[in-house]
Design a protein around this ligand. Structure first.
Ligand SMILES: CC(C)(COP(=O)(O)OP(=O)(O)OC[C@H]1O[C@@H](n2cnc3c(N)ncnc32)[C@H](O)[C@@H]1OP(=O)(O)O)[C@@H](O)C(=O)NCCC(=O)NCCS
Length: 204
C-alpha cells in the first residue's frame, strides 16, 4: 500500500490527511515555523528564512522519490520520511519517521499554533505507528521511539496517551537531556504504565 497518502480522523471526527510536503506548502511552512515553540522543541532552525522552506520541501520530495524505487524498510537506515499534516485541505504541520535501521523508527512532529489542541498530532501519531507496524506497508518496524527535550510536556502527553512506555533519559550532544519512550507491534494505543518515577515526564 502507498505510504504517501495516509488518512484518518481525529477523536473529534475531523478528517486528517498525511501526504508529502509540496512546493505550494512552502509559504505555510515558513509562516508557521516562525512561532518560537517550534525551534524551542525541535531541530527546526531559528532564524528560518523563506528559502529554508523551499529547501526542506525539495529534500523531502527527493526522499519520497527514492522511496518509489526502493520501498523504505525500517530494517535499513535512511533519510527521514516526512508527511504534511493537512486539515480541511490546509497545511497544518509536519510529522516524520526517522529510519535508524534495525527495525527502529523515531517519530517526530511540529504543528502550527492555529491547529493545536484538537487532537491532530495524536491522530497522526496513531496513524503513523499503525502504518509502521502494519504488514501491509513496507516499513514493518519492530520499535517506534519518541524523543523529546526535557520538559516538553505536550509532546510527552501525546506519547503517553498512545501507549508509549517511558524508557528513560539520555543526553543529546546538541540538545542536552531528553526523554525517551517506545512502542512495539501489538501494544495497545492506550496509556500503558504511568510515567511516575523520579525524573519521568508525566504523573499519569
Ligand atoms: C506538541 C504538539 C505537537 C502538540 O500538538 P497537538 O496537535 O496540539 O496535540 P494533540 O491535539 O494531539 O493534543 C492536544 C489536546 O488534544 C486533546 N486530545 C488529543 N487526543 C485526544 C483523544 N484521543 N481523546 C481526548 N482528547 C484528546 C487533549 O485535550 C490534548 O490536550 P493535553 O495535551 O493537554 O492532554 C504541538 O504543540 C507542537 O507542535 N509543539 C511545538 C513543537 C514540538 O514540541 N514538537 C514535538 C517535539 S518532541
Amino acid at each position: 500500500m502507498d505510504l504517501r497518502e495516509l488518512a484518518t480522523t481525529t477523536h473529534l471526527g475531523v478528517p486528517l490527511l498525511l501526504s508529502p510536503p509540496a512546493p505550494a506548502d512552502a509559504d505555510a511552512i515558513y509562516e508557521l515555523v516562525q512561532d518560537p515553540s517550534i525551534p524551542r522543541w525541535t531541530t527546526v532552525p531559528s532564524p528560518y528564512p523563506r528559502e529554508f522552506a523551499d529547501d526542506f520541501v525539495a529534500s523531502t520530495a527527493a526522499t519520497w522519490e527514492a522511496a518509489t524505487t526502493a520501498p523504505p524498510s525500517a530494517a535499513v537506515a535512511g533519510p527521514e520520511l516526512v508527511w504534511a499534516m493537512r486539515v480541511g485541505g490546509r497545511f497544518a504541520g509536519c510529522a516524520g519517521l526517522k529510519r535508524h535501521g534495525g527495525g527502529t523508527l523515531e517519530i517526530g512532529w511540529w504543528l502550527g499554533v492555529p491547529y493545536r489542541g484538537q487532537g491532530i498530532v495524536t491522530a497522526a501519531t496513531a496513524l503513523l505507528v499503525t502504518t509502521a507496524f502494519s504488514p501491509d506497508y513496507p516499513l514493518q518496524a519492530t520499535t517506534v521511539t519518541w524523543h523529546a527535550y526535557l520538559g516538553n510536556q505536550p509532546s510527552a502527553r501525546i506519547a503517553h496517551r498512545l501507549g508509549f512506555r517511558y524508557t528513560g533519559l539520555f543526553t543529546d550532544p546538541d540538545a542536552g537531556p531528553c526523554w525517551s519512550a517506545e512502542l512495539h507491534p501489538g501494544d495497545p494505543l492506550t496509556p500503558s504504565t504511568p510515567w511516575t518515577a523520579p525524573g519521568e515526564p508525566l504523573a499519569a
